[in-house]
Structure formats: structure tokens, C-alpha cells
Write a protein that binds this ligand. Sequence first.
Ligand code: SAH
Length: 337
Amino acid sequence: MQNIYNYDYQELENKLIELGEKKYRTRQIWEWLYQKKVSSFKEMTNLGKDLISKLEENFTFPNIKILKKQESKLTNKYLFELFDGNFIEAVLMRHDYGLSICVSSQVGCNMGCAFCESGRLKKVRNLEAGEIISQIILVSNDINERISSVVIMGIGEPFDNYDNIIKFVKIINNSYGLAIGARHITISTCGIIPKIKEFMILPLQVNLAISLHATNNELRKQIMPISNAYPLDDLVNVLKEYIAKTNRRVTIEYVMLNNVNDSNKNALELAHLLKGMNVYVNLIPYNETSHLEFKRSDNINNFYDTLKKCGINVTVRREFGGNIDAACGQLRAKEVK
Ligand code: SAH
């Protein structure tokens, strides 16, 4: 038996037909799942007893619960326990334009970025599409408000869980699903080139963000082992291809690590690397964690100015979660030693 949130619209329709049901039931069921956000089949009162029993025999509701919640003015951080006892996190952020949520894509992560707390736990498993959806539904029910944008920037590397992520995106984007506009969905990757190539030919207008964090391959290899497999120059080339093909702007994330990647020389090198590309650079003040030695850069303003002078679109990420351990993997790390 499968979690009902693991079915995309077409798959559920096929399954219902296989079970001898009419097509229109799919839409009714999705309304209960994604608009009314119920937590059992019994609550789907317009379906009739027989269909409800059939659903109970063939599908499950996800067994995920909010274990802990940390609140601050603009941010809520959630720790979830999954059916198998694993833990993941999500962060809700209040912006002027609405609510956005940062969801996890895997239990643990194998990318091994030196500065990142999430990677201290190696990947245990991928999250299913339904488990990623549940993060949104549980949080939305908790605050009783609609969440209008989603970033896949929590624990895990989404492009190391590609099929589930694409399915997840299609379900939340579907107008009978959570109806979250494609332009309000962002996938963040450390740069798994073959998957970026697959992603760029999909008919989805979803945003792509790249965790670049370095300006040359030597430096990038030191902090991001993925650069051994997919060197920086190749990554930049594939981004150029992506931009040409999709006509979409790419977000470049750059975490500011003191005396590691934050010199003015680095800024010039970054400007040179990105020259002429339709990108926008988001400088991320590093969230220090007690387990790792990296420090927050004290050169963010100069770095920003240098990029600006070179004509690069750049912003400094507004900070949301510093006081509630909202950096990647931090809440989980505190909870589960
Ligand atoms: N694996 C994906 C998505 C998850 S990480 C990726 O690499 O993009 C989300 C972002 O947070 C990445 O840019 C990551 O490098 C950054 N990050 C990780 N730890 C951080 C920390 N302590 N402070 C600030 N940003 C951090």
C-alpha cells in the first residue's frame, strides 16, 4: 500500500479506474487532500462508504508528525518525525508577499559540503514525493494559512532524488493540487550536471538556484566535494546552456565564509565568471554552528559593492532563522546527537 500523496493526478486517476471507479473521483479526492487538507479517508464525506473502504484498503495516509516547533516573529522551524523514526526539518518564512516554506528532500545528505550541518548525517534515504508534500500540508494546517511559495533548500540534495522531486513539483503545481505557481517554486542544487540537463528540457517554469559558494574549482573542491565530479567550469557552461534554452534567470547562492571565499579578489573572480549571464547572486550570511569551524564573513558589504560595481545583480539574503537554529540541519542536529 502506498501513501496517497505519492500519486500524481494521472496516476491516481489510473489507479481509481483500475479499482472500478469513475474518473471524476480523482478530483474530489484531491480536493479533500489538497484544499481541505483532511487527515483521514473517513473525512471525505461526499465519497460514500464503499469508496472510502476501498481507499482505506488500497492507500495509506502519511504517518508523519510535527515533533517540535520553534517560533520567532518571521519564522517557524519544524522538526518532523517520519514513519520510520527518521527526522527532517522545514522552515516557514513570512515575507511581505506571502508565506514561503523551505522543505527537506532527503534524510541526511551525501554531498559533504564542509560548512553544512545537514551533511554530518550521511543520506539515510530519499524522501518520497508525498513526504515532501506532507511538510507543506502539516505546516499549513498548523498555522491555518495558505503557503504560496516553496523552496527545496532544506536537508538533502534534491537532484540526488530527482524523480521524487519532479513528481512533488508537479503535484504542488497542479491546480487541483496545492496550486502553487511554478514561478513560486525554487529547486536549489549543489550542481549535479546531468540532472540540470534533464531538468532544462522539462516543460516546467520552476526556478533553479545553484549553490556556487566558490569562484574557482580549487577553492570549490575544498568546500564542496561535488566539484570533483562536476567541475566549476562545466557547471557554469551548463548554466549558460540552461539560460539559453529556458530563457529563465538563475539564482546563484553564495554563502559568505570568513577568509575562505569572501575576499575582494574572490568578488572580482565571481564577477568575471558570471559576466554576461542572466543570473542574480544571493549572498548568504553564514549561520555558524557549534560543530563546524567556519565563521560568518565580515566582508559581506565590500563583496556586495564589488559585485555591484561590476554590474552583477546581487542581494544579501535577509536573515530569518539565525535565532532559532534555522540553518540547514541545525534543529535536527540539536535534537538528535
Ligand atoms: N543541497 C541543496 C539544497 C540544500 S542546502 C544545495 O546545495 O543547494 C540550501 C543552501 O543552504 C545551500 O546553498 C547551502 O550551501 C546553504 N547552507 C548550508 N549550511 C549553511 C549555513 N550554515 N549557513 C548558511 N547557508 C548554509
